[in-house]
Design a binder for this molecule. Structure first.
Ligand SMILES: Nc1nc2c(ncn2[C@@H]2O[C@H](COP(=O)(O)OP(=O)(O)OP(=O)(O)O)[C@@H](O)[C@H]2O)c(=O)[nH]1
Ligand SMILES: [Mg+2]
Length: 365
């Protein structure tokens, strides 16, 4: 089961399926014509985590379970998608359920690969898609408001706050602003249940040409400036190259990356960006030495809630948590020694779990 779901969006031919294949090591259809992808490709990816690998080496369990992310690669989006242009409507409804959006922006030049707008222009592409998401949200919002107006008449008390919030959202959308850029954290939180597209965290993936890795093109520089000015999150990946990496052995991969001057694989960089955007941290469990597992968890969350992630019984019967940071445990070099020397701290329900905590939950059944 996925702990997190990511929708890959972008114009046709931006390289979404190429990125998807690179991330999931699968072979979804990739082609130089637009609308290659019709029904969505779905794939699961394990989150790479050094600490998990090291803990596994230390404990030597029967099973190692990394955190899992689901990636969904959907059809390309074009102007007018909110009105059903292209495969618009289907695409938009598929991504409403996702936790995060990753938008692939084409920066690579290649004559055989048609661009739906006639030329490669990353900033303009971003604006086209942003507008489609805004218009789609606005349509959904209007339907919600029609229903809500009726409800407010019959039961005003329960519905007035929501009405005020949705009206505020409407004002922003009508000014062509994405909700995630203008709403306060509290407002965004309240709107979470409403499934708007423009409240979702978004990471831009600039799909750059191989040449851009050594000397960035003017288009790429323009995109960088735009993202900086807008305060948006972005990373640069050469999707085609990353896909080729998937076929290599680990040693070959390292060598290849080094030659290209790339420090980390695209997937690792992408997930490193996504986690903080969602306010996620990772804690680890070592179940009787049999399974070492990584759990994504909301930053600032309490230990009994963390127990609930593992099993609802653990939350219900929570007594205490024994905690040691992974770093400290790895330095000590033995779980047994850490326990014997009293290095496992005892924490109660109110303890806020920290990134990298190794936790043993004590609970009554
Ligand atoms: N040069 C270069 N070409 C790429 C890169 N990524 C993708 N392509 C090419 O661009 C074309 C489109 O790639 P796809 O991955 O099918 O694009 P898509 O966004 O999934 O397209 P649709 O499914 O049609 O919306 C293919 O011919 C790819 O080989 C890249 O990083 N560099
Ligand atoms: Mg595709």
């Amino acid at each position: 089961m996925a702990n997190l779901s990511v929708g890959i969006i972008g114009l046709p031919n931006a390289g979404k399926s190429t990125l998807f294949n690179a991330l999931t090591h699968t072979k979804a259809q990739v082609a130089s014509f637009p609308f290659t992808t019709v029904s969505p490709n779905v794939g699961m990816v394990s989150v790479p985590d050094d600490r998990l690998d090291k803990l596994a080496r230390l404990i030597n369990p029967q099973k190692v379970t990394p955190a899992a992310v689901e990636f969904v690669d959907v059809a390309g989006l074009v102007r007018g998608a909110h009105k059903g242009e292209g495969l618009g409507n289907e695409f938009l409804s598929r991504i409403r359920g996702m936790d995060v959006l990753v938008e692939v922006v084409r920066c690579f030049q290649r004559d055989e690969v048609a661009h739906p707008e006639g030329k490669v222009d990353p900033v303009s592409d971003i604006q086209i898609i942003e507008l489609e998401l805004i218009l789609s949200d606005l349509e959904m919002l209007q339907r919600k408001l029609t229903k809500l107006h009726k409800l407010v008449k019959s039961t005003p008390k329960e519905n007035e706050d929501r009405l005020i919030l949705l009206q505020r959202a409407k004002e922003h959308l009508e000014e062509a602003k994405s909700l995630r850029k203008v709403l306060s954290e509290e407002e965004s939180h309240k709107l979470k249940e409403e499934d708007f597209l423009t409240t979702k965290p978004l990471v831009y993936v600039a799909n750059v040409g191989e040449d851009d890795l050594t000397s960035p093109s003017p288009l790429l520089r323009q995109l960088r400036q735009y993202l900086l000015r807008e305060g948006e999150e972005g990373i640069e990946i050469c999707a085609e190259l990353e896909e080729e990496l998937g076929d290599l052995l680990p040693e070959e991969k390292e060598e290849f990356l080094r030659e290209l001057g790339i420090k980390e694989e695209g997937l690792t960089r992408l997930l490193k960006r996504t986690y903080p955007l969602l306010n996620l941290i990772t804690f680890f469990t070592i179940t009787g030495g049999q399974e070492v597992r990584a759990w994504p968890f909301q930053k600032g969350g309490m230990s009994h809630k963390a127990a609930g992630k593992v099993h609802s019984d653990m939350e219900r019967g929570f007594i205490r948590a024994e905690v040691i940071p992974a770093k400290e445990l790895l330095e000590i070099g033995s779980f047994k020694v850490a326990k014997e020397e009293g290095k496992m701290r005892t924490e109660g329900k109110k303890y806020r779990v920290e990134d990298g905590d190794v936790i043993h939950f004590i609970f009554s059944e």
